[in-house]
Ligand binder design. Structure first.
Ligand code: PA5
Length: 442
């Protein structure tokens, strides 16, 4: 089981303070498991690792094999919860350089997560003349960014292959019954996968939303689900020894003491999109009703040379949660240099992981000394199994933490504001009055 080490926050939050939170954490966890809390109709992710649709899972694996056999590129179109999870898992388990590495699985190009003309043009350029397929992912089917991108790539694929073959290369992941994308997919005859009704976007990585693109890259999605299932079992324990309880209690205790920013940090560059996924998970779940920790992220040691100054000596509003993987994939030994001009011979014969370890230890002490508490999440290694555990850990802790904070962790009313303004300004039918009012203000 992954471990949460709270010893580096003990000078900020005493063990007694944490122990005193036990009844509140218990109540929050029980609210979640009993399904009696706000937003309870969006908690289907809790039992997904055990109760997922096995028939659909087999179809995902079959579709992934087909895409691997007939495509050099898979264009994955989606935004927010319909994008970040897949990218996070692929980058961590495969590589941020996945497309550059020699391999026998298709490149993955993510689209529909921006309205940038340049980005779309570059994606088209990167596909070039290669065979490709499309996975359009949108629960609502009406989100502007992916819908616009899908129009463009649908046109491209139909021009390349003709309508008949194109429809065999388009996979739609959307609501099981409603929405514009579901209607289009049925009309055109695309293979469809389901975003379950009771799973919100940011909790959907372990549904077809994440699993199809992830499987196309050759990642073992059974092992990923297996890890999540282990976590579901292990983290159901109602006890302050439960890592989920420790994390939820610690971050809320720090918030109550006045901390306003939580920085998720990792020493693996491949963790960058896990941070992006985590930021959406916690930001959308807790940032409401004038409350919540602002989720930020850093990539160490690179950011120690940029954000390190602020973390060490700036406004004392933050704490860090450091995710640490114990075992690297291999070893790199530092060599001996007879000239020793760089003065590094004292490290000769040492493994690079030893150097990294001292950076982690030294940074933790420096930041704690600077008034930045550190929560440590220890994960044995980067693998499907342990990532499955980590994903479930963060999801469950987010639900518990949101109820502790006193918000509905499963809605996102604030996301609508910009969408409405954009629709009005674009001249969408039904928004005429709003358009006039907005234009007058601009
Ligand atoms: O968490 C959320 O609900 C959002 O981030 C959505 O996932 C995002 O807006 C995409 O929505 P949809 O899948 O409906 O296109």
């Amino acid at each position: 089981m992954l471990n949460v080490d709270l010893s580096p926050i003990s000078s900020f939050v005493t063990p007694e303070t944490l122990a005193a939170m036990e009844p509140r954490v218990r109540a929050a966890h029980e609210t979640l498991t009993s399904g009696t809390g706000a937003g309870n109709d969006y908690t289907g992710w809790r039992y997904l690792p055990r109760d997922y649709d096995k028939e659909e899972f087999a179809r995902i694996q079959k579709a992934a094999k087909k895409i691997q056999s007939d495509s050099k590129v898979l264009v994955v179109i989606g935004i927010g919860g319909s994008y970040l999870g897949a990218r996070a898992v692929v980058e961590l388990l495969r590589s941020p350089n996945y497309n550059l590495k020699k391999k026998d699985t298709p490149d993955i190009l993510f689209a529909g997560n921006t309205l940038s003309t340049d980005a779309i043009l570059e994606t088209i350029e990167l596909i070039g003349g290669r065979d490709f397929s499309i996975n359009i992912i949108s629960k609502s089917g009406t989100t502007t960014e992916p819908a616009v991108a899908f129009r463009i790539f649908k046109d491209l694929i139909e021009k390349k292959y003709g309508k008949e073959e194109a429809r065999r290369r388009i996979y739609a992941t959307t609501d099981k019954a409603k929405g514009a994308l579901k209607g289009l997919a049925d009309a055109e005859g695309y293979e469809t996968f389901v975003v379950p009704d009771d799973v919100g976007g940011r909790y959907s990585v372990l549904t077809a939303v994440g699993l199809l693109p992830i499987a196309v890259t050759g990642i073992d999605i059974e092992a990923l689900m297996g890890g999540a299932a282990e976590a579901m079992e292990a983290f159901s324990v109602l006890s302050m020894d439960n890592p989920v309880w420790k994390y939820a209690a610690a971050r809320n205790a720090l918030y109550e003491q006045g901390k306003r920013v939580e920085i998720l940090a990792c020493y693996e560059p491949s963790f960058r999109f896990m941070c992006e996924w985590w930021k959406q998970l916690y930001g959308e779940s807790e940032g409401k009703d004038g409350k919540g920790l602002f989720p930020a992220s850093t990539e160490f040691t690179a950011d120690l040379h940029s954000m390190g100054q602020f973390i060490q000596e700036g406004e004392r509003i933050m704490f860090e949660t450091v995710v640490r993987f114990d075992k690297p994939k291999g070893t790199v030994t530092i060599g001996e240099d007879p000239d020793n001009v760089d003065g590094l011979n004292f490290l000769a014969g040492k493994d690079l992981s030893f150097v990294s370890e001292q950076a982690i230890r030294g940074t933790r002490l420096a930041h704690v000394d600077g008034g930045v508490p550190n929560i440590l999440v220890e994960v044995p290694e980067v693998s499907e199994r342990w990532l499955g555990q980590l994903i479930y850990f963060f999801e469950l802790a987010c639900g518990v933490s949101g109820y502790l904070l006193g918000v509905n962790p499963f809605n996102q009313p604030g996301v609508e504001a910009y969408k409405k303004n954009m629709f009005a300004l674009l001249g969408k039918p039904g928004y005429e009055d709003m358009k006039q009012a907005l234009e007058a203000r601009l």
